[in-house]
Design a protein around this ligand. Structure first.
Ligand code: GDP
Ligand code: MN
Length: 381
């Protein structure tokens, strides 16, 4: 899950990392107020989950609150990377002595986190890696020890810093490491971290991606999803809030399954028989009646869906619960598209009995179910 710059900075500050004074605005008038509070020239920055906002015209400098208001109006009307800008961040404009890069990501080959730094920040790390790879300093993090403060100082020295600056800069690495450990961060970048002409180090930009699989233990972050109009549609948001994996595709068959592997296999089976999936919906393990009903409800909200294929492997999930969920969905939601059901495993017989009693047809192999649903869509039933 990607956080907005202002949300990431909120976390940065909570961990003692300095960021430029300022705040978020959702209207031009609010932007003017924030700029008045800063009381200095400001930078007006589009809050979208996309990089390179600067190049897209989403970062502008304003000398007065009136100017900040005008730029906020322009930026709030923009789309960047096809995403609407719903807020701007107003912050003190810094006098740049040097732009620095500080980041962390997972090195999958080494199976370790890697801290990355460079005295040549501002441009993207990919560009820097092409132009001057020798300016990129890296250190892997020993998972049993964490990132040690002497290693952070070493990095600052290797990045070309001296004297008091070493401690000031290395503090960003240790704090970033603390954030990584607390929030199961997949990727974070401070680009640029600005060294001002008057000797301050401040995180001027902030990117923070949290591993989606860890969200269950970061309730405070989940709260943000509800509060923020994140770049998710209503269906994606509903599924995320319930811990289901939901992906929309271009076809017209909604595949509702349990387990990512089974869902992928079901999508493949649909393709194999000449159909196209509209929906990847992994209900997750231990799905009960309500979860199945909710999953079907979410899938039906997508207007491309012409048929539903439910494919469940009963383990912890019980087929009779699933069957009851299907029946409830049919009765409560008035389903107008055909449904094909295949379920095997725990309480299979009980589940099939429920479906048979309710007159809902079911199949026992994935191949039969996939070819059946494709056939129904082709017939336009
Ligand atoms: P990005 O383009 O989405 O990465 O947005 P950034 O927040 O990194 O801003 C783009 C560029 O604007 C930065 O690389 C800086 O050169 C510049 N910039 C951002 N904040 C400030 C600031 O406070 N003062 C000055 N002078 N430049 C800034
Ligand atoms: Mn940046």
């Amino acid at each position: 899950m990607k956080l907005f710059e202002h949300e990431a900075k909120e976390i940065f500050r909570a961990f003692g990392m300095p960021t430029p004074p300022g705040g978020v605005a959702r209207t031009p008038a609010e932007a003017r107020k924030r700029a008045e509070e800063v009381g200095k020239p400001v930078v007006v920055k589009a809050q979208v989950l996309a990089g390179k906002r600067g190049k897209a015209g989403g970062v502008k400098f304003a000398d007065t609150p009136e100017e900040a208001e005008k730029y906020a109006e322009e930026i709030l009307a923009m789309r960047i990377n096809d995403l609407p800008v719903e807020a701007v961040l107003i912050e003190e404009k810094l006098d740049i002595e040097q732009e620095i890069y500080v980041g962390v990501t997972v090195d999958r080959n080494e199976r370790k986190y890697v801290m990355i730094g460079s005295g040549a920040g501002g441009m993207s790390i990919e560009e820097l890696a092409e132009e001057s790879p020798e300016k990129i300093i890296k250190r892997h993090v020993d998972p049993s020890l964490g990132f040690q403060s002497y290693e952070a100082r070493d990095m600052a020295i290797d990045m070309g810093f001296k004297g008091k600056d070493i401690n000031k800069l290395s503090g960003f690495f240790t704090k970033l490491w603390n954030i990584v450990s607390k929030y199961d961060v997949e990727l974070s970048e401070i680009n640029p971290l600005i060294l001002t002409k008057d000797g301050r180090f401040l995180a001027a930009d902030a990117r923070l991606n949290i591993d989606d699989n860890s969200l269950y233990r970061h309730k405070d972050v989940i709260e943000r999803i509800k509060r923020e109009p994140l770049e998710m549609n209503e269906r994606e948001r509903m599924a995320t809030e319930q811990g289901m994996a939901y992906v929309e595709l271009d076809g017209n068959i909604a595949c509702i399954c349990n387990g990512a592997g089974l869902t992928m296999a079901t999508l493949d089976a649909v393709e194999l028989f000449g159909g196209k999936a509209s929906t990847f919906l992994d209900l997750g393990g231990g799905s009960d009646k309500e979860r199945v009903e909710n999953g079907i409800e979410i899938a039906l909200m997508y207007d491309k869906v012409k048929a539903i294929l439910v494919n469940i492997m009963g383990g912890i999930t019980r087929c009779d619960d699933v069957a009851n969920g299907i029946v409830a969905a049919r009765d409560d939601k008035g389903i107008k598209v055909p449904m094909v059901i295949r379920m095997v495993g725990t309480n299979e017989k009980e589940g099939q009995e429920i479906l048979a009693r309710e007159g809902i047809p079911f199949l026992t192999t994935m191949e039969d179910a996939a070819s059946k649903v494709v056939e129904l869509v082709k017939e336009g039933k």
